[in-house]
Structure formats: structure tokens, C-alpha cells
Design a protein around this ligand. Structure first.
Ligand SMILES: Nc1ncnc2c1ncn2[C@@H]1O[C@H](COP(=O)(O)OP(=O)(O)OP(=O)(O)O)[C@@H](O)[C@H]1O
Ligand SMILES: [Mg+2]
Length: 281
């Protein structure tokens, strides 16, 4: 990545990079201390205090145009997730797992149907509420971490805080705390591109949680890892889920890991069903 790359914010915890001089952000980043190891107390405000249904989807449908016809990916998904639950969503490749997570995160809009967050329809959110929802209420872990390879682990984790205007030292203190949570405090100054796949995914998890979201959405977080690292990353997410009283939805192909979730739901033929149930023909 060019040294003067622009970091462009594209939704929850996701940075896209383009090769243009960055007017504001690059200046902010150049003053970052090389090492960030200070601790800061957690200031969670309620992610773990919520109770009842946190997120719900009613009759969610999503189709994509394919030439003259349409592909119906989701054909009436209903979902009700209580605060504190750890849910695994399984399904064959192309079943619509990523599509569903993107709709829940408001990264994409359904063709019809509604997502409710804390009983409020997200389609009714004003632009600023929607941005807040994407960036503050949701932590998103992508299959391919999308870290900024030329930035340090600490900078990557601090990025969501800096993007919302937090001061450097505060952002780096919080980043250091989250790197410690994922067992990577010793890698704080290392370039993300030099980390192993498992370490990169840990940094991505820290980045997803740095804003203390209520809901963690993870799209195949272990899909690119070998078995040992996949188990380690899954167990890390389980621990963080428990200790930070998160609500988590993990899309995965790994049915063995999925069974460790509180509930397993399968996407099949555009419907989401508890594992065991089959869609009616
Ligand atoms: N933007 C798009 N335009 C057209 N079709 C799309 C688009 N996004 C997804 N699709 C199609 O929707 C279907 C579901 O895709 P999705 O990525 O949600 O599946 P998935 O279950 O996440 O698969 P995988 O396990 O391979 O990640 C696929 O057939 C895909 O080609
Ligand atoms: Mg997918």
C-alpha cells in the first residue's frame, strides 16, 4: 500500500484503501506513538446491560437481478436473537450467510422485510442514526480481515476511534487494552501485513470490539485459517463474547465449531431454520 494512502471508512470496522493523499487522517496517524501499551479501564456502557430481544428480522427478502431474471437469496427470513446469545449461522456456499449479515449490519438493504434493533426498525433510522448503528452498535469481523497492511496492529485497532475523532492517546490506550484482550500486546507496533493469518484475525476482532458494540457479527471468521488457528480464534471469540457480555452471530462453514454456539441456525433455500428442522418443499 502506498505510504500516502487514504483510508476511507466503509461501514462497520472496515477500511478500504485508495492511493490518494489523505488530507486529514494521514496527518493524524503520523503523530501516533510507535508503541501503545498503556492500559485503560473499560467504559462499557450497557452493551452487557441490555436484556430482551436485541435484534430481530421479520420476513426478510433479498433478491439480486441477474440479467432478465432475479436470484432470490433470502425468501422470508425470520430471526429473533436475545441479548447475550451466541448464534451460529451455517449453510452451503451461496446460501446467503454474508447477505444476511450485511442486512443485519445495515450494509445493504433488503428487497422487503424489516430488521429491528432494540425493537426499532433500522429502515426508519435517520442517516446519522444509521451511521451510528453501523459504526457503534455493530462490530463486524470479515473473513479476510481487511486490515491496513502498512499500519501497525495498534493503529489498525485504533482506526475506528480515530475515524470518529477520538484523540490519539485515548485511541491508542484503548487499542492497547484490546490488543491485550486478544493476546497480541507484544505485536502492537508490528505492521499488520507482517502478522500471521491467525494474528491478523485477532487484530480484526480487537478492531471490531474497540468501540464496544452491542452486537458482534462475524462472517466466516475462521474460514481462512488452519484447524488449530480456527479453534483458537473461535475460542477467543467465545471468551470475549462471555466476558464482555456481547450478543454474537457467527456465519461459518465449520459445523463442529458451530455446535459450540448457544443455537445453530441453517440457511437453506432462502430460509433460516433451527438445525434439525427442514424447509417444507
Ligand atoms: N451484489 C450481488 N449481486 C448479485 N448477486 C449477489 C450479490 N451478492 C451476493 N449475490 C449472490 O447471492 C448468493 C448468496 O451470496 P452470499 O455471499 O450471501 O452467500 P454465502 O452463504 O455467504 O456464501 P459463502 O459461504 O461462499 O461465503 C450467491 O448466489 C451470490 O452469487
Ligand atoms: Mg459468505
Amino acid at each position: 500500500m502506498p505510504k500516502d494512502a487514504v483510508v476511507r471508512w466503509k461501514g462497520p470496522n472496515f477500511c478500504a484503501v485508495q492511493a490518494e493523499p489523505a488530507p486529514g487522517l494521514r496527518n493524524e496517524l503520523k503523530d501516533m506513538p510507535a508503541q501503545a501499551t498503556a492500559t485503560a479501564p473499560s467504559n462499557r456502557e450497557g452493551a452487557g446491560l441490555r436484556s430482551g430481544v436485541l435484534i430481530e428480522a421479520r420476513d426478510l427478502r433479498k433478491s439480486y437481478k441477474a440479467g432478465a431474471s432475479a436470484i432470490n437469496v433470502l425468501s422470508g427470513v425470520n430471526l429473533r436473537i436475545e441479548a447475550g446469545e451466541l448464534i451460529a449461522v451455517i449453510g452451503a456456499s451461496g446460501a446467503g450467510k454474508s447477505t444476511l449479515l450485511h442486512l443485519l449490519a445495515a450494509l445493504d438493504m433488503p428487497t422487503s422485510g424489516t430488521v429491528y434493533f432494540e425493537q426499532k426498525a433500522i429502515e426508519s433510522f435517520r442517516e446519522s442514526e444509521l451511521a451510528d448503528y453501523r459504526n457503534r452498535s455493530i462490530g463486524f469481523v470479515w473473513q479476510r480481515h481487511h486490515l491496513l497492511a502498512d499500519f501497525s496492529a495498534a493503529e489498525n485497532v485504533a482506526m475506528p476511534l480515530l475515524m470518529r475523532g477520538a484523540g490519539h492517546s485515548e485511541a491508542l490506550k484503548t487499542s492497547a487494552r484490546w490488543l491485550r484482550e486478544v493476546g497480541l500486546e507484544a505485536r502492537a507496533t508490528q505492521r499488520a501485513g507482517e502478522l500471521s493469518g491467525g494474528e491478523q484475525q485477532r487484530v480484526a476482532i480487537a478492531r471490531a470490539l474497540v468501540q464496544e458494540p452491542a452486537l458482534l457479527l462475524a462472517d466466516e471468521p475462521t474460514g481462512d485459517l488452519d484447524e488449530r488457528n480456527a479453534i483458537a480464534v473461535f475460542e477467543l471469540m467465545q471468551r470475549l463474547h462471555r466476558e464482555h457480555r456481547l450478543t454474537s452471530i457467527l456465519a461459518t462453514h465449520n459445523t463442529v465449531l458451530a455446535e459450540r454456539a448457544d443455537r445453530v441456525l441453517r440457511l437453506e433455500h432462502g430460509l433460516l431454520l433451527p438445525v434439525g428442522d427442514r424447509p417444507k418443499p
